[in-house]
Design a binder for this molecule. Structure first.
Ligand SMILES: N[C@@H](CCC(=O)N[C@@H](CS)C(=O)NCC(=O)O)C(=O)O
Length: 201
């Protein structure tokens, strides 16, 4: 299995975490976005959207972090991370959508503007980031996990960019339930390394 991966990408980190949880060995192919490796014709053939992560599992090529998580959970993992029950699946799916909408457009873009010095206005991402954090806090103030009563793909998909919030110069001071949720996730085994998170190497 090959993961086309950029080390500073939270979307890629979701997949690295999942592969670590599942104890799956894989080959990491470095796509350095700062060097525009994603525009190389060989990579664009794999993903015409020129974005990481991309997973190649014996010739099965998938893009999009949420799609890859579902594939890995159902092919190699535990059914309870993405169950068949229609309501449970929808409850997880609403957080997977949230992870690539509000979390990405709010928290990840705020971070990218700061750490990659992107020439973009911070107001709109900051507004979306606040909505994202308020939604998570609302759910987590009386639940341990984002969907269902256990760790699922919902938590995995929302974790990296939320935990990297300090790199976007945002604060979690007003969000104690989110901070407590980090501790539950960070206590789990088989975490993959990521700069800026409590398990860097
Ligand atoms: N919805 C996609 C978004 C992927 C994405 O935006 N990847 C960024 C890095 S986090 C990227 O590769 N950007 C390079 C580009 O757009 O050229 C996912 O969840 O995987």
């Amino acid at each position: 299995m090959k993961l086309y991966d950029f080390k500073h990408s939270g979307n890629c980190h979701k997949i690295r975490m999942m592969l670590a949880f599942l104890n799956i060995e894989y080959e990491r192919v470095d796509i350095d976005l700062l060097k525009k490796d994603q525009l190389h014709p060989d990579f664009v053939k794999l993903n015409p959207l020129h974005k990481v992560p991309v997973l190649d599992d014996g010739g099965v090529v998938l893009r999009d972090s949420a799609a890859i998580l579902i594939y890995l959970a159902r092919k190699y993992g535990k059914e309870e991370w993405y169950p068949d029950d229609p309501l449970a699946m929808a409850e997880i799916q609403q957080w997977l959508s949230f992870s690539v909408n509000e979390v990405f457009n709010g928290l990840a873009i705020s971070r990218a503007i700061i750490i990659f010095k992107r020439d973009m206005d911070l107001d709109e991402p900051r507004r979306i980031a606040k909505d994202a954090l308020d939604s998570m806090e609302h759910r987590l103030k009386d639940h341990d996990w984002l969907a269902l009563d256990r760790f699922t793909l919902a938590d995995l998909a929302c974790y990296p960019y939320t935990a990297l919030i300090h790199e976007g110069e945002l604060s979690l001071e007003a969000y104690p339930a989110i901070r407590a949720w980090f501790k539950r996730i960070e206590a789990m085994p088989n975490r993959a390394p990521m700069r800026g998170l409590p398990f860097p190497n």
